[in-house]
Design a protein around this ligand. Structure first.
Ligand code: AMP
Ligand code: MG
Length: 447
């Protein structure tokens, strides 16, 4: 390894590791996709309205188009025409008559108000008005909704159904969005089998592949399954080489200090430049990150809990940034610890916790045994509480930072806290000049 690269390899703190990763990735190229396929993707362009809407004054109700000045209470106006939705506009209408009109149909020239059916009585070809009529009532005026040039979507916005609808209303058939990364997913280890029939003592089913591929898909990227590399150098070489053709390569296991942990050595042999090897956070401390041309390489730990948490913290923000997302970090919210917690020094800890909301404040309980063999604790957990590296004991009642594991829950809780609870200096985190929004502003001393 060249000297300057060796210098760059370090064991960063949690915050530094995230920063090193985000500094190394940027949005992929953009591509044009069909309008519907742009749903959930990130707009790579600003899109503005090509014309103003509505394109003409039209009725907001089913009823009668009238001239308000003709409509003293009790007036009876002859019905002089009929305007269903989609009909060609009637030429100018004379005074003291009504046009039967349906919602969306153009208001005939000469009329300035619509009387809904409920406020009128129709008999013998005339309409009697039950209530006073004010000018402009129940009329949607030309250009009052979206004006020509108004921004519909800005670069970096997530495409939601409402955008698709508005874009369709302007005749858009395609959208330019950021491409989605292809993410190769590789499990490693001689103990792994693919089918329950092969589960002889000593073997385990390869579950990481599915969890990681699901997590990749969940954030909108494209998983590519590479299968299993066995604990021999050639098997690793073949699979890793294949994975280096993808935008991102994720491996699990074989990255710790075991004498059959081959991932780091074979990646180095294949010219993957390490950015860091290991980080000071648990679970996830063996995580390594490296670069090979444009391919980003994440080596995650083998334990299913550790690999998923490492994915959440390190890989997901990178994938989101590659897909053009502006907000790539899961925000930290304040929560009150419900019981005392101890941890060892020298690394931060991501404690799996359950949350409860009481009087507008979040309380965090340990979700169970915290060792990384305990999948049950992750199944139960609502959030991860970040316990900082420099402390070992935390008392019930003190405020810690928690990160929701479920995006929907995260949004709800964030809203609850914004409305009722104490504001947090890091509750709304965006990537940007100020950094990546980690709880403590970080300066990287690694690279
Ligand atoms: P390692 O990092 O290779 O020491 O693996 C740590 C632990 O994770 C071991 O108990 C492995 O059996 C387990 N493990 C590794 N890879 C997988 C996988 N793909 N699916 C399920 N468990 C795994
Ligand atoms: Mg292993």
């Amino acid at each position: 390894m060249p000297l300057n690269l060796q210098k760059a390899v370090c064991t960063p703190s949690f915050e530094e590791a995230v920063r090193l990763i985000l500094d190394a990735v940027s949005p992929l190229e953009s591509e044009s996709v069909s309008l519907l396929d742009s749903l959930g993707r990130i707009s790579a362009v600003d899109v503005s309205a090509p014309w103003s809407t509505p394109r003409c004054d039209n009725s907001a109700m089913d009823g009668f188009a009238v001239r308000a000045a003709d409509c003293e209470p009790g007036a009876a106006l002859p019905i002089a025409g009929y305007m269903p939705a989609g009909a060609t506009p009637i030429p100018a209408v004379g005074p003291r008559c009504a046009i039967k009109i349906m919602t969306g149909a153009p208001i005939p020239i000469g009329c300035d108000a619509v009387v809904p059916f409920e406020a009128a009585e129709e008999m013998n070809g005339a309409v009697r008005l039950k209530k006073p009529v004010s000018p402009r009532q129940h009329v949607r005026f030309k250009g009052e909704d979206i004006s020509a040039g108004d921004t519909i979507l800005a670069e970096g916005d997530i495409v939601h159904p409402v955008h698709i609808g508005v874009l369709a209303s302007f005749g858009k058939k395609e959208m330019v969005v950021y491409s989605r990364p292809k993410v190769a997913v590789l499990s490693t280890g001689d103990e792994l089998v693919e089918n329950p029939e092969d589960l002889v003592p000593g073997k385990v089913l390869d579950s990481n592949r599915w969890a990681i591929a699901a997590a990749v898909r969940d954030c909108g990227a494209i998983p590519v399954m590479l299968g299993i590399a066995r604990d021999d150098p050639q098997s690793h070489r073949d699979k890793l080489q294949e994975g280096l053709c993808a935008d991102v390569l994720i491996t699990t296991a074989g990255v710790s200090a075991g004498d059959r942990d081959l991932v780091r050595d074979i990646l180095a042999e294949l010219d993957v430049r390490p950015v860091f090897r290991g980080t000071r956070v648990k679970p996830g401390s063996p995580t390594c990150f490296g670069l090979h041309g444009n391919t980003k390489v994440f080596s995650l730990p083998g334990n299913p809990v550790a690999s998923l948490i490492a994915f959440e913290e390190f890989v997901k923000p990178a994938l989101l940034k590659m897909m053009g997302h502006q907000r790539v970090l899961n925000p930290f919210l304040p929560a009150i610890l419900a019981s005392d917690v101890r941890k060892s020094p020298g690394h931060a800890k991501l404690l799996r916790v359950r949350l409860e909301q009481r009087e507008g404040r979040l309380w965090a309980w340990s979700a169970g045994k915290q060792d990384t063999g305990m999948q049950k604790t992750l199944l139960r957990a609502d959030a991860l509480a970040l316990l900082p590296e420099d402390r070992v004991s935390f008392s019930a009642g003190e405020t810690v930072s928690v990160q929701m594991l479920n995006a929907r829950l995260a949004k709800v809780m964030e809203a609850v806290i914004r409305c009722t609870g104490p504001t947090s200096s890091y509750s709304a985190m965006e990537t940007g000049a100020a950094g990546y929004g980690m709880p403590n502003a970080v300066k990287t001393d690694c690279a």
